[in-house]
Design a protein around this ligand. Structure first.
Ligand code: G1P
Length: 288
C-alpha cells in the first residue's frame, strides 16, 4: 500500500453563498482572524505529513496562487525592519510543502474538479480536502483519515452526524453499523429528508484512490445538474469496499455566513495574543 503524501484542494467555485465579497475575492482567501481559510487547510495537510498539494483553481483565483508564492519585496522589508516573526510566518509554510495549481476550465461540479487531479495523483492514493469545511481537532482531521486508510487500504469518507433538517445540504451515507470506522452501503448526494438513508454527512475530508478517475470521466450529471463526486463514489462502492470514518473534532461550515462568524469567534478566542480583548468585547456587547 502506498503512503498518502498527496492532497487535492478544490478551490474553483463561485462562492455564491458569500456574495457580494466573492465577486472579486476568492472565498478561500477570506480570513478567519488574520489567515486565509485555505491556509488553515494547507497547514492541516502539512501537519498530517502531506508533501505535495494540488489546488484546483479557476479564473479570478490568482490571489490564491500569489498567496502561496514568495514575495521577495515584502520579505526584504520585514527583515529590514527586524520583523522576524512575521517573516517566518510568511516563508515557513512554503518550505514545508510543494504546492501546484491547475485550472478547472468549466465549473460543472465537484466530481469534475477532482477529475482535474488525475495526472497529479498518478497511481497514488490522495487526500481530498474541501475548503468550506474547517476542522479543529487535536489530531488533524485528514491525519485521522490517513490512519484509517492505513488500516483498511480502501477509500475513506470523513463523516459527521448532522440534524435531519440539514441532510439535504450534504452527501449522506448509509453504513453497515455505527462503528467509527465502518463500511458504506449506500450514498446519496443532497437527499430530501424522506430519502436520506441516515444522518451521516460527508464532511469535506476524503482519502481516494486512482480508480475513482475512470468513473468520474463517465459520470453523468446529478444533483444541481452537476457532476457529483458522491455519485462516482457510489459507483465505486459497487466494485470495492468504501469506508466511512467519524472524524473526532469540531467542524465549521465556513461556506455559510453563520459558520464563518462562529469560526472567527472560536479561533480568536483560542489565540493567546487577542483572547482577552475579544472576550471583553463579547461580554460588553452581550451585556443586557
Ligand atoms: C460537497 C459534497 C457533499 C459534501 C459537502 C460537505 O457539497 O458534494 O457530498 O457533503 O461538500 O463536505 P457542497 O457543499 O460543495 O455543495
Amino acid at each position: 500500500m502506498s503512503k498518502v503524501t498527496k492532497a487535492v484542494i478544490p478551490a474553483a467555485g463561485y462562492g455564491m453563498r458569500f456574495l457580494p465579497v466573492t465577486k472579486a475575492i476568492p472565498k478561500e482567501m477570506l480570513p478567519i482572524v488574520d489567515t486565509p481559510t485555505i491556509e488553515y487547510i494547507v497547514r492541516e495537510c502539512v501537519d498530517a505529513g502531506i508533501t505535495d498539494i494540488l489546488i484546483i483553481v479557476s479564473a479570478n483565483k490568482n490571489s490564491i496562487i500569489n498567496h502561496f508564492d514568495r514575495n521577495f519585496e515584502l520579505e526584504y522589508k520585514l527583515k529590514e525592519k527586524n520583523k522576524l516573526k512575521e517573516y517566518e510566518e510568511i516563508t515557513g509554510l512554503l518550505d514545508k510543502v510543494n504546492i501546484y495549481f491547475v485550472r478547472q476550465k468549466e465549473l460543472i461540479g465537484l466530481g469534475h474538479a477532482v477529475l482535474c487531479a488525475k495526472s497529479f495523483a498518478g497511481n497514488d492514493p490522495f487526500a481530498l480536502l474541501l475548503g468550506d469545511d474547517l476542522w479543529r481537532c487535536r489530531k488533524p482531521a485528514i491525519k485521522q483519515l490517513i490512519e484509517a486508510y492505513e488500516e483498511v487500504d480502501s477509500p475513506i469518507l470523513g463523516v459527521k452526524q448532522v440534524l435531519l433538517k440539514e441532510v439535504s445540504s450534504y452527501g449522506i451515507c448509509k453504513t453497515v453499523d455505527d462503528e467509527k470506522l465502518t463500511k458504506v452501503i449506500d450514498l446519496v448526494e443532497k437527499p430530501s429528508i424522506d430519502r436520506a438513508p441516515s444522518k451521516k454527512a460527508i464532511s469535506g475530508r476524503y482519502i481516494l484512490t486512482p480508480d475513482i478517475f475512470p468513473l468520474l470521466e463517465t459520470q453523468e450529471r446529478g444533483a444541481g445538474n452537476e457532476i457529483q463526486l458522491t455519485d462516482a463514489i457510489k459507483r465505486l462502492s459497487e466494485k470495492r469496499d468504501i469506508y466511512s470514518y467519524e472524524i473526532t473534532g469540531k467542524r465549521y461550515d465556513i461556506g455559510s455566513v453563520v459558520g464563518f462568524v462562529e469560526a472567527t469567534l472560536d479561533y480568536s478566542l483560542s489565540r493567546a495574543d487577542i483572547k482577552e480583548a475579544i472576550q471583553e468585547l463579547i461580554n460588553e456587547k452581550t451585556k443586557k
